[in-house]
Design a protein around this ligand. Sequence first.
Ligand SMILES: *[C@@H]1O[C@H](CO)[C@@H](O)[C@H](O)[C@H]1NC(C)=O
Ligand SMILES: *[C@@H]1O[C@H](CO)[C@@H](O)[C@H](O)[C@H]1NC(C)=O
Ligand SMILES: *[C@@H]1O[C@H](CO)[C@@H](O)[C@H](O)[C@H]1NC(C)=O
Ligand SMILES: *[C@@H]1O[C@H](CO)[C@@H](O)[C@H](O)[C@H]1NC(C)=O
Ligand SMILES: *[C@@H]1O[C@H](CO)[C@@H](O)[C@H](O)[C@H]1NC(C)=O
Ligand SMILES: *[C@@H]1O[C@H](CO)[C@@H](O)[C@H](O)[C@H]1NC(C)=O
Ligand SMILES: *[C@@H]1O[C@H](CO)[C@@H](O)[C@H](O)[C@H]1NC(C)=O
Ligand SMILES: *[C@@H]1O[C@H](CO)[C@@H](O)[C@H](O)[C@H]1NC(C)=O
Ligand SMILES: *[C@@H]1O[C@H](CO)[C@@H](O)[C@H](O)[C@H]1NC(C)=O
Ligand SMILES: *[C@@H]1O[C@H](CO)[C@@H](O)[C@H](O)[C@H]1NC(C)=O
Ligand SMILES: *[C@@H]1O[C@H](CO)[C@@H](O)[C@H](O)[C@H]1NC(C)=O
Ligand SMILES: *[C@@H]1O[C@H](CO)[C@@H](O)[C@H](O)[C@H]1NC(C)=O
Length: 827
Amino acid sequence: MKIFNQPYRFIAQYLFICLVITSTKSQQSQYKYFNYTESTLGAPPLVADIKTYDDGTLLVHILRNDSTQSTADCLNIQGMSLEQKLYMRIIHLNGSVKEINPNLNLHSVNYCLLNSDNTEYKINKPNNFVTYLKETQNNNTNILHNIINPISIYPLQKPFILVTYVNTTNSSNITAYEEWAAVVDWNGNILSTMHLGAWMNSTIKLNINKKLGFLRFDSNQSYWSWTQYSIDDSGNLVSGDKTQINTTDSMTLYRYSNSPITIISTVDNGYIIVTVESDNSDSLLPRGGLHAFFISYNNTWTSYINYIGADIYQISQPNMTISSIYCDTTDIYIMCIVFVNSNITMDYSYVSIIFDSSGVVLSSKVISDLPNVTGLSQQSWSAKILPFGGFILGLTAYNYIDNNTYHYIYAYDVNNSQILLNSSGPFRTNYFGANSVTNNNTFLLASPYATDNISWSLLTIPVPTGNINNKDFGYDNTLIKQTIPSNNSIVNSSTTTLNITFIYKIALSTGYITFYKASDNSIRQRISATMQEFCKIDGYTVSIKIINNTFNEHGEQYFVTMDSNFVRRVQTNEPLKGIHDGIWILKSDNFDNRIIYSDAIMGSVRLTTDASKSFFKCNHLAYIEYIDILLKKFADKVPIHRSRLSTNYRFQKANGQIAIPIRINMARNKTERSSSKVFSDLNNMIAYKNITTFSSGMTNDLDQDYGYELIAIYTIYRGIKDSFINEIYKKNLILIAILTIILAPIDYEFLTILKYAPIFPIFTKRRDGYEQINRFNMYEDIFEAPTRFGAIVDIFMNILQIFIQVSKYIIVMSQVMFIKNIKVSRH
Ligand SMILES: *[C@@H]1O[C@H](CO)[C@@H](O)[C@H](O)[C@H]1NC(C)=O
Ligand SMILES: *[C@@H]1O[C@H](CO)[C@@H](O)[C@H](O)[C@H]1NC(C)=O
Ligand SMILES: *[C@@H]1O[C@H](CO)[C@@H](O)[C@H](O)[C@H]1NC(C)=O
Ligand SMILES: *[C@@H]1O[C@H](CO)[C@@H](O)[C@H](O)[C@H]1NC(C)=O
Ligand SMILES: *[C@@H]1O[C@H](CO)[C@@H](O)[C@H](O)[C@H]1NC(C)=O
Ligand SMILES: *[C@@H]1O[C@H](CO)[C@@H](O)[C@H](O)[C@H]1NC(C)=O
Ligand SMILES: *[C@@H]1O[C@H](CO)[C@@H](O)[C@H](O)[C@H]1NC(C)=O
Ligand SMILES: *[C@@H]1O[C@H](CO)[C@@H](O)[C@H](O)[C@H]1NC(C)=O
Ligand SMILES: *[C@@H]1O[C@H](CO)[C@@H](O)[C@H](O)[C@H]1NC(C)=O
Ligand SMILES: *[C@@H]1O[C@H](CO)[C@@H](O)[C@H](O)[C@H]1NC(C)=O
Ligand SMILES: *[C@@H]1O[C@H](CO)[C@@H](O)[C@H](O)[C@H]1NC(C)=O
Ligand SMILES: *[C@@H]1O[C@H](CO)[C@@H](O)[C@H](O)[C@H]1NC(C)=O
């Protein structure tokens, strides 16, 4: 999540006379603690970092400060030794905790906290700062300095964690440290590792869409370089092309040595690099300020010339410099808080800047309503941008009397006015004062370890939205007013549209809306904003057409995600934030068991011309294997139990294309989807393969214009309880079977006079260019016993061929008609 990657550089100010903390711990009954007891004994666990997945699942980095394990490597660089283990904790939404302690075999220097203020080992790692107070008074070893943890952890798409660490052959030479990355899953499996480059001076920023990986930026005096990385579904790190541009004279204007640098992820999946311009101390030239460079997603710069970027802030007084910046994307616009000060006059101010994703500045205001906290000895301020608008100023303070560390928080709205919180603190915190803001505007603060020495806790403080016009309706996005179906509502395969209403007038942009199945994360439908046939805008609302196989299982849960930049605001053209993964949940209802027929379907699929060509290069065994794998893929993707799909492998060739016959056998029980519905699902998934998982892998070989073509439908009626026919038939199963088989294709009317048999809408249209479709019917009550033993399937197999020959009717179910009509109209 974006919040956490911002520079953690704290500003140390010594504005107040050292006094004793007199305030007592206030009662914060409204605020809640989350407490967890570690499963293993050892040194007290310390929360060093807190990050969040898109759905609110937390990722916590735990350290154990074990000075008895001091290593020579760590002593060499004057660091602080930790226990030589990587501890990560997942806090699930239901409050359960998963311990992840992967064994990455890291160099021991990774378990050593470095002091960034150490002049000998000056380190430029803005997003690795874990805290804290500058110690000026004495050499109090209880107080950590601006420390750097060589290990950083980042939440990628679930269930992956990115761990970055250092690798070196000479632990005393920090400039020679190399940065590496590993992808670890929630079971602690190490899925991939990769060398990234020099560790010093690099910064990593996750994309706003965690599936799109991250950007790694690196610079020194002679170049800037960056690379975009992504993580595939198996957890492999994939590196994009590296862009490296030599610094030029004009560039050094934009960034002087060691000045803070911040990277922002933008709603259009790109990044903005914010640099501090130097102050030339010449009243005729522009003074220092902030400059933004734009890097679009998956795009490389070729030369600096084309990327002038935009000035987003100019310092108004001379001899002032910017010593820290905190920026992040909010629901609408980007906000930065900068600390401007003069080391000559000791003047300082905090300024909030709001700008849009193209660099147009909307406001830039000094924060005048600063909290007046007195009586604290050591103070260090930081800022955090709130996702719903506004920001937090946080203060960490050390108390020399009780030797505790305290944290205060002050929330502000978009106009720099303070928002009243139930309490601003002081809240006791640990060494690191680790804190973060979740996607739902909740502030989290690490508490010191409990007295039992094996527990840790997080304090959660909900913060009101800093944009009074906006309200969160549960989508972690205050721009969304309503959705239909609403969050947590029931859907089924007849749910045909999805509406999302924004607070602004919107237009389509470029992202995707994706429907996932919760149980296995498989994609059910994926629509791009550029697919006009599926997306419609009506003022404030976007409507998405849902194909009816999307929610085709009963008792399932589905997630709907909307990429940022799926829509734009009409008035400003600004891309708008979407809906994160795991937020919008839909549940499918149980099947309607009143539908008491079941059926079997014979049909065929056709390979595309290209796929047919390669198919022909195979030998007979390979054909069979190909078809078997294809059926397996159908079973997984539709989904349907594999045993319900069968084929005789007798494919046909026409016009250079292969058609493969496939039968869908009847449902094995009443909770399974009937074959006619599976038929419709399969046909849809092929016909619309570009928006379903059929577009990937072998299923992409299928011809979408052909779909799943019907050859025959067999309907087996159930529940003809009182029918006289029933009585008669029960006496002689075979006779009735034969009778039915003979009657079905010829005397179709026979079926409709059975009043107990539910007949779904039937069309008896003759259509040119179609194979004739046959239908015959069985009465399942009669055949219940043989059905169980599979006998009825055998009857089908044997008689199938005959009826394909004799029938004169084309009887297509409504769904079938619907699909074919769409296909025809698309041509
Ligand atoms: C949870 O932790 C907090 C802070 O460490 C402590 O004040 C509180 O009593 C703990 N609650 C429980 C139930 O252990
Ligand atoms: C906000 O998210 C956190 C977890 O990320 C969760 O514990 C909390 O209940 C959420 N709050 C609201 C108001 O949804
Ligand atoms: C450290 O670097 C060496 C040599 O490049 C490599 O073989 C090893 O796997 C790396 N170690 C880790 C933990 O990545
Ligand atoms: C702090 O320690 C350093 C060496 O570690 C020493 O040079 C310095 O004088 C000490 N400062 C104080 C105030 O004791
Ligand atoms: C440290 O490593 C850097 C980069 O590899 C090298 O240029 C430098 O000479 C090394 N310094 C020492 C003291 O070994
Ligand atoms: C890190 O950045 C500083 C300042 O730009 C530069 O002097 C130093 O050489 C850089 N170090 C490395 C290893 O790139
Ligand atoms: C960048 O500088 C290096 C060495 O100074 C040089 O070899 C390279 O050609 C330069 N690249 C560009 C694109 O100017
Ligand atoms: C990124 O760019 C490469 C080459 O330009 C392209 O092949 C790839 O599909 C792009 N990826 C995405 C996700 O757009
Ligand atoms: C800025 O600083 C320079 C030297 O540090 C000093 O000469 C100059 O007067 C200062 N300007 C102002 C306006 O304070
Ligand atoms: C003030 O800051 C500038 C630039 O960071 C530095 O060159 C100068 O030495 C500082 N002056 C004092 C008095 O610290
Ligand atoms: C801060 O508070 C103290 C006492 O509470 C007061 O004397 C002082 O004037 C205040 N400062 C500001 C800037 O409001
Ligand atoms: C705080 O630390 C100092 C020095 O480390 C020590 O002398 C003092 O007794 C400690 N106070 C408490 C309350 O533990």
